[in-house]
Design a protein around this ligand. Structure first.
Ligand code: ATP
Length: 133
């Protein structure tokens, strides 16, 4: 059957963040941004920290995710993410504070700094800021 929408589900260890029909979605896949339309062929891909964009009735919304996996199968796109927040759930000030904290650490480079951890925190904060705007 030819479908006009696809079910998008976003699940974290904490909660079901999203479970609705969408017209299309674009995810930050490991190899770059990947668009998924209804009736997409089955696939599994790793996801980076970034922004998921999805359309409903032509209106675009955004969500921040901090890496995970997506499986597309039988007209469903299932995203399993470490954390995920819809744009309107994001505390922008908190994300801005997290960004400044990470930037300060990376600039000052204290001897005990876990650089990778600080870089990942910065990426999460930047994704949240983008998704909230
Ligand atoms: P922070 O330093 O502000 O805690 P973080 O990147 O370390 O940021 P995470 O460990 O990725 O935070 O997330 C912890 C929990 O807090 C998750 O449930 C996540 O969805 C939520 N969360 C993190 N930042 C925000 C935000 N700015 N707005 C809303 N929820 C957030």
């Amino acid at each position: 059957m030819v479908e006009k929408s696809i079910k998008m589900e976003v699940v974290t260890p904490e909660r079901v963040v999203f479970s609705e029909e969408v017209d299309s979605l674009i995810v930050p896949a490991a190899e770059g941004y990947l668009g998924v339309l209804p009736n997409h062929a089955p696939l599994i891909t790793g996801l980076e920290i970034g922004v998921v964009r999805y359309k409903q009735g032509g209106r675009e919304s955004k969500m921040a995710i901090s890496g995970g996996f997506m499986e597309v199968y039988e007209n469903r796109a299932i995203i399993l993410a470490d954390t995920a927040e819809k744009g309107d759930e994001i505390d922008l000030e908190r994300a801005q504070r997290a960004k400044e904290r990470a930037e300060k650490r990376l600039k000052e480079r204290p001897p005990d700094l876990d650089v990778v951890r600080a870089e990942l925190a910065l990426k999460r904060a930047l994704a949240r800021i983008k998704a909230a705007q």
